[in-house]
Every structure is written in structure tokens, then in C-alpha cells.
Ligand binder design. Structure first.
Ligand code: HDD
Length: 754
């Protein structure tokens, strides 16, 4: 089969002539006479009202999809292969022959199947979807996705960790990448953000240093996907501007429960530009519909062993199940004049704009509704570049952004093997591409005619400049209203305030979150082998939070050092001291349990009636119950009912589930109690603060696992529900509502802090 199934049609040939007998050729998605890749993808595919389950992006990939079902095996030249088992040899026991072009093509291709992994964000997962605008935003921007209510723009999104290599675990303590490619009618717009709204450094010139510090140490390539080592903390302790970001990175944001349950941020201040050429400053926020939820650290560590693909699997399974993850896009729109009044500089990526100063205005939603067909072709080859913006958007002078505008295009050239990476199907815009750029490695487009320059008369002057009305035009602005524009290597004054917002973040957390931040610093610094580095970190933190620094000094068994000298002794007074929106727990979602995974332990003799009711209630609430036994196969209940186990306690340990149900039935409880996995399962659920429902006789298992029935302060544990046959309905309802609270942190018991 030809690799392009539409080839015969493009050339006006009858299908039958080049198609193996019985095979069908899909209709051409490529327009006859089209001269570039993107012309195949008419933008009329957008602009309709969002339809759940329909995704305009993927239609455009039809021309490159290969369906080999029922087809004959061929070489890359389309030559049918008679034998794929034996290489060509001089006799059955003779030497293999150089002539064997089939063997050589296969091996040669295989030898080159890997491309360099991303220098950062190598580990990631992607999905297709769409963005839908709620209202026209034309008063602020002429950008295509915001032109009218109901406007649909296809997107491809890639989530990632930063430090680990391509095959590393998903649940590392790390920042998560949140990169969105909008295939707009007027070209591709890449919003390449993270799940945290600030960054470690203020100037791109420090990025290679930051990355070299956090990556495995160069002499022995350890540790993998972890910041808990000397070089990272050495660097950041010498860069106090990183303090605010360190607070975020040590918070539970760095161990999200799911990609579907984390926020995304564009980080930098960007510009919106309207038709009249007026510009407004803007920050981008993605808010997950499921709320923001995280793991606890010990759970993340264990999951990384039991299922290193935990987040990848979670995203994939949710989309396959039709539980499409959804985020709302929020904008903080503000003016230059407002920005000048702020106590911080909006060009400084280590600062955020508290929602109390500029509220977040929700302008649309993004739904991810299709998994990629092929990981390499889509998720690996997708190339995000901060330089990819469209008319209606513009940059600011953020010096971190400036470096990024260069870096992403540059890195794709080496990662994807040349300057034509925009022609890869996943990267090709749905807007048409017409320019005089030619040739280069792996060029796909076949340009017609002899003109590849401008101005020209031989092609009637085409392609023409669009002009400022239609085309992208950088807005004209004075470089700096206040100062002369001397060439300098200095920072604006407010950049030197490294601690005010670090304090704001810490003070905005709940007590539980503060404790987790402290634990995370303690863990990381306890892995640092050079005491002077630990001291420097604590000395720096003292400027942000004496409470945190004092706790750390105690936990690390060291004297509280003197505070690190500050770059700016008297920064401008902050507008606010606390911003509740910065707490992860401030966005619980709707309290529902959709897509939550629940383990129901089973053994022979389980009491079936309560389990039947439970499963129906969980499924009705959108949750995913799984029967977990000591082995796979069928178990027989007390009433003779049959239950098939979906998983075993060995292959799916307790920490992979959001909640646990222990069944009733004396015989079942007895056999479960004899299996050490049961008690491990139960303890993991309990100490990771998850909801547990124990039916009837299974209460005995709680005792065996030494699970306290009340919280350490003596109060009732809302996440531990005991049920008997009489109150089963009420208990199931309590279980579902307790699970909606996600975690029951009152159980936490930190020996060092005690
Ligand atoms: Fe970056 C990848 C996000 C600063 C240079 N970055 C990359 C990805 C994300 C971010 C999400 C993965 C994209 C994908 O899934 O393919 N990076 C950020 C954010 C930053 C940031 C939110 C700060 C606000 N990055 C940053 C700087 C530089 C880079 C300052 C260089 C000067 N980033 C890169 C890169 C990567 C990258 C080397 C590696 C792979 C790639 O671009 O495609 O160019």
C-alpha cells in the first residue's frame, strides 16, 4: 500500500489501479492542486459549535494515517515482501548476503528509530482536543480563538515533567509542563506553560545553569528525575530569586494526582492586541474542572515503582473512557498604568499577580477528547515554540521570555533534524502556509514554479504581504518610557526583591500545606551531602519565612543560621499579605468522584449484596471500582454469587487507588487477614489519608493493621466509614461524599515535627 493512501486520487488516477484487491481508499482530505501541507486542512473545519467527542484536529491527520489491516507487508518503497523470517543467505548454513536490501532497509531504519530527547521536559504525554470561547474578546484582542462565542479551535496538549529522561517516572517531585498548541485559523499559537505560575530564574541567560544543576550530576548521572541533590540546591541557594518558585516546587503542586487535576499557567506577562492596535497586558491561567488535587510524597515514591506511567495511564484511560478532561481558560487582563503601580515588576517571571489585584476572568474551556494514534508521530514529534504567536497577541520585554523565543525553534532544529519540523503532520498549521522558504532536510512540500523570492513580478508578486490589518504586526512601543535605552546588562530594581512573594505564597497556604512544604524541603535537603549548602538554603528561607526556616533547622538537626544578606533591603510594601487562591486546597472541584479509582478487596465468602449496591452507586457517580483479590479469576460469594477479580493486590498495590472498600463475610475476612498484602494495602490507604469503607466483619482487619478509629486529636475520622447490613445505603452515601473531600489529612503523623 502506498504510504500516502490518497496519492492516486491526487494524481487523478482511478483508485483500483494502485489499490490491493479488496482494499478501500479513504476519500482525499487533500485538495486537488494543493501546494503545501496545510492547504489540506481547510480552516472551515473550525468555527462550529463544540461537539463532545468530535475533534477537528485529528481529521487533518487522515492523510498520513496508515491502516495496515488486511494489507500485505512491503518495503518502504512499497515492494511486497515474500519472507519476513529469513535473511538472504548463500545456502541454508551459508553467510548472509550484502545484496539483501530487505534486511538492510529494515535494520537501517531500526538503527535510526530514536531521535534526541528534549533537553528538558523529555518525559511527557499528549492528547488532542479543542478550545471553545465563551464570549467574543474582540475588545481586547483580534486573536482568532477569541473572535466569537462558541468559536472552536483545535488543540494538541503535552504535559510533562522537567528533569527526568524520556523513560523516567511520572510521579517525580517536579514542575509539570503544560504546553498547548492552538491550531488557529490564522496560524499556530503555542502557549508553553507550566503548572506553576512563576519560574526559578528571571533571565534566560541562567537557564542552562539551572538545567545543568537539576539534571543528574554529570560525573555519575545520578539522581534520575529528582531535584534532591547537591548541585540543584547549590545553584538555587546562590540564586535567591528562585525562592518563590522553590516554595511552589516544594508544595504538593509538584506531585499532582493527575494531569487532569492541575492548573496551567502561561507564566510570563503577554499582550493582547485588538483591531484598533490597542494593547493590554495579560496572564494566562488554566483551571481544571476536576479541581486541583495532589498525592502525598510517600505515595508518589511508591507509585513510581509500581507504575512509573501513572500519569500517562491516567490521562489515556480517562480519554478512552470518554471522561474527557476539561480546563477553563482564565485571563488576568490589566493595563500598563496598573502594572506601574504594582509593588513588583510584571516582567519578572519569579512574580505572580495576586488575583486580589487583577481578578481572573474565565473566557473559554478546553476539552481533551482524543488520544494520539501514535506516540512518536504525535507526542514525541510535536514541537512547541514560544515564538509561535498569532495576530492579536504579542510579547512583553520579560528577559526570560526573550530567551525562550529563540530557544524553542533552535532546539527543534536539532531534535527534529532540520528546519522543516513545521511540516510534520502534528506541527502543521490548519491555516495555509505560503512563503518563499525552500528546501532543507526532509522537505515535504513540492513548490511549483520558479519564483521563490519577493518582490517578484513573475508570480504576480505573490505571496503578498498581508499588511497590518490582517497580518501579524508587532505593536510599536517605546522601549522604556522612563529611562534611556542604553545597552546594559542589568536588572530593573524591583527584580531584586526575592522574598516578598515567597512569603506571600507560604502565608497563603493552609496548615496542612505548610507542613507538606516543610516536609519536602526537609526531604530534599536531607539528601544534600554538603552541610554548607543546606545552611545557605535555610539562611535564604529565613528571609521569606522565619517559621519555615526555624522548623527546617530543627528537622535537619542544625543551628538556625543568620539570614542571607538581601539584594534589596527595603522592597516596596506588598499590596496583600495573603492570597487564599494560592492554596491548592482552594480549588476542590465540584466534590464529585468521577474517574476516581476504588479498590474493593474480594475473597471467597464475600457478602455480595452490599458490594452489588456499592458498585452500582460508584458507577452511577462516575467512579471506577475495581475488584482486587489475592489472585486473578473468579471468587464465590457467601450467597454463591460469582465475582471476577480485575486485579491482584500484588500487581496493583493499595497506593494506586483513591479509596478502599473492605468487604463483609467472615470467611472472606479470614482469608484476607492471612495475606500480608491486605494489611499493606490497608495501611497505605490509611496513611496516605484516603477514604476507607469497612463492611461488617472486615472491621477486624482495621485492628490487625493497627488503624486508629479516631484522629490523633480524638475526633471522628470522616474518611473511615464502618458499615453493617442495616446502614449499608447510608454508609455508601457517606463513603462517596468522604471521597469527594479527596484526603483526610487529620491522620497525618510526622514524627520529626512532633
Ligand atoms: Fe522551556 C521545553 C515550559 C523556560 C527552553 N519548556 C519546555 C516545555 C515546557 C516548557 C512545557 C515542553 C514542551 C513540550 O511538551 O514539548 N520553559 C517552560 C516555562 C518556562 C520555561 C513555563 C518559564 C516560564 N525554557 C525556558 C527557558 C528556556 C527554555 C528560559 C531557554 C532559554 N524549554 C526550553 C527548550 C525546550 C523546553 C530547551 C526543550 C524541548 C523543547 O523546548 O521543545 O527549548
Amino acid at each position: 500500500m502506498p504510504s500516502n493512501p490518497n496519492k492516486p486520487l491526487e494524481h487523478g488516477l482511478a483508485n483500483a489501479a494502485l489499490t490491493p484487491a479488496g482494499a478501500t481508499v479513504s476519500p482525499p482530505s487533500r485538495l486537488p492542486g494543493a501546494s503545501t501541507l496545510s492547504e489540506a486542512n481547510a480552516s472551515s473545519k473550525t468555527g462550529t459549535v463544540a461537539q463532545e467527542g468530535v475533534n477537528a484536529t485529528i481529521d487533518t491527520l487522515d492523510r498520513v494515517r496508515v491502516d495496515s489491516s488486511g494489507q500485505v507487508l512491503t518495503t518502504n518503497q512499497g515492494v511486497p515482501i515474500a519472507d519476513n523470517q529469513n535473511s538472504l543467505k548463500a545456502g541454508p548454513r551459508g553467510p548472509a548476503l550484502l545484496e539483501d536490501f530487505i534486511l538492510r532497509e529494515k535494520i537501517t531504519h531500526f538503527d535510526h528509530e530514536r531521535i534526541p530527547e528534549r533537553i528538558v521536559h523529555a518525559r511527557g504525554s499528549g492528547a488532542h482536543g479543542f478550545f471553545e470561547a465563551y464570549e467574543p474578546l474582540t475588545q481586547y484582542t483580534k486573536a482568532a480563538p477569541f473572535k466569537e462565542a462558541g468559536k472552536i479551535t483545535p488543540v494538541f496538549v503535552r504535559f510533562s515533567t522537567v528533569a527526568g529522561e524520556r523513560g523516567s517516572k511520572d510521579t517525580a517531585r517536579d514542575v509539570r509542563g503544560f504546553a498547548v498548541k492552538f491550531y488557529t485559523d490564522e496560524g499556530n499559537w503555542d502557549l508553553v506553560g507550566n503548572n506553576m505560575p512563576v519560574f526559578f530564574i528571571q533571565d534566560a541567560i541562567k537557564f542552562p545553569d539551572l538545567v545543568h544543576a537539576v539534571k543528574p550530576e554529570p560525573h555519575h548521572q545520578m539522581p534520575q528525575a529528582a531535584s534532591a541533590h547537591d548541585t540543584f540546591w547549590d545553584f538555587v541557594s546562590l540564586m535567591p530569586e528562585s525562592t518563590h518558585m522553590l516554595m511552589w516546587q516544594m508544595s504538593d503542586r509538584a506531585i499532582p494526582r493527575s494531569y487532569r487535576m492541575m492548573q496551567g499557567f502561561g507564566v510570563h506577562t503577554f499582550r493582547l492586541v485588538n483591531d484598533a492596535g490597542e494593547s493590554f497586558l495579560v496572564k494566562f491561567h488554566w483551571q481544571p474542572k476536576l479541581g486541583t488535587h495532589s498525592m502525598v510524597w510517600e505515595e508518589a515514591v511508591k507509585i513510581s515503582g509500581a507504575d512509573p506511567d501513572f500519569h500517562r495511564r491516567d490521562l489515556w484511560e480517562a480519554i478512552e473512557a470518554g471522561e474527557y478532561p476539561e480546563w477553563e481558560l482564565g485571563l488576568q487582563i490589566f493595563t500598563e498604568e496598573q502594572a506601574e503601580q504594582f509593588s513588583f515588576d510584571i516582567l519578572d517571571a519569579t512574580k505572580l499577580i495576586p488575583e486580589e489585584l487583577v481578578p481572573v476572568q474565565v473566557v473559554g474551556r478546553m476539552v481533551l477528547n482524543r488520544n494520539p494514534d501514535n506516540f512518536f508521530a504525535e507526542t514525541e514529534q510535536v514541537a512547541f515554540c514560544t515564538a509561535h504567536i498569532v495576530p492579536g497577541l504579542d510579547f512583553t520585554n520579560d528577559p526570560l521570555l526573550a530567551g525562550r523565543i529563540h530557544s524553542y525553534v533552535d532546539t527543534q532544529i536539532s531534535r527534529l533534524g532540520g528546519p522543516n519540523f513545521h511540516e510534520l503532520p502534528i506541527n502543521a498549521p490548519i491555516a495555509q502556509v505560503h512563503n518563499n522558504q525552500r528546501d532543507g532536510m526532509h522537505r515535504q512540500a513540492i513548490h511549483r514554479g520558479r519564483v521563490s523570492y519577493e518582490p517578484n513580478s513573475l508570480a504576480g508578486g505573490a505571496p503578498f504581504q498581508a499588511g497590518a490589518d490582517q497580518g501579524f504586526a508587532s505593536i510599536a512601543r517605546r522601549i522604556d518610557a522612563k529611562e534611556s535605552a542604553d545597552k546594559v546588562r542589568i536588572k530593573p530594581e524591583k527584580f531584586a526583591d526575592h522574598y516578598t512573594q515567597a512569603r506571600l505564597f507560604f502565608e497563603s497556604q493552609t496548615e496542612v500545606e505548610k507542613a507538606h512544604i516543610g516536609n519536602a524541603f526537609r526531604f530534599e535537603l536531607s539528601k544534600v551531602t554538603v552541610p554548607a549548602i543546606r545552611e545557605r538554603v535555610v539562611a535564604s528561607l529565613l528571609n521569606a519565612s522565619p517559621e519555615l526556616a526555624a522548623r527546617l533547622a530543627q528537622d535537619l538537626g542544625m543551628e538556625l543560621p543568620a539570614a542571607l544578606p538581601k539584594a534589596l533591603e527595603n522592597p516596596a510594601a506588598p499590596e496583600i499579605e495573603s492570597s487564599p487562591a494560592l492554596s491548592l486546597l482552594a480549588r476542590p472541584g465540584d466534590g464529585g468522584i468521577r474517574t476516581r479509582k476504588i479498590a474493593i478487596l474480594v475473597a471467597n465468602g464475600v457478602e455480595g449484596a452490599s458490594l452489588g449496591k456499592l458498585v452500582s452507586a460508584l458507577v452511577a457517580a462516575g467512579a471506577v471500582p475495581r475488584l482486587v483479590g489475592a489472585r486473578l479469576g473468579t471468587y464465590v460469594g457467601a450467597g454463591g454469587e460469582k465475582f471476577a477479580a480485575d486485579a491482584t493486590m500484588e500487581n496493583s498495590p493499595g497506593f494506586l487507588f483513591d479509596a478502599l472498600v473492605l468487604p463483609d463475610g467472615a470467611a472472606a475476612v479470614e482469608s484476607l487477614s492471612k495475606d500480608a498484602h491486605t494489611l499493606e494495602f490497608l495501611r497505605a490507604q490509611y496513611w496516605h489519608c484516603k477514604t476507607i469503607l469497612a463492611f461488617g466483619a472486615s472491621e477486624a482487619l482495621l485492628g490487625e493493621a493497627q488503624i486508629p478509629l479516631t484522629l490523633p486529636d480524638g475526633s471522628a475520622d470522616a474518611g473511615l466509614i464502618l458499615a453493617d447490613a442495616a446502614n449499608a445505603d447510608a454508609a455508601i452515601a457517606d463513603f462517596i461524599s468522604a471521597m469527594g473531600a479527596h484526603r483526610h489529612f487529620g491522620r497525618e503523623n510526622d514524627p520529626t515535627a512532633a
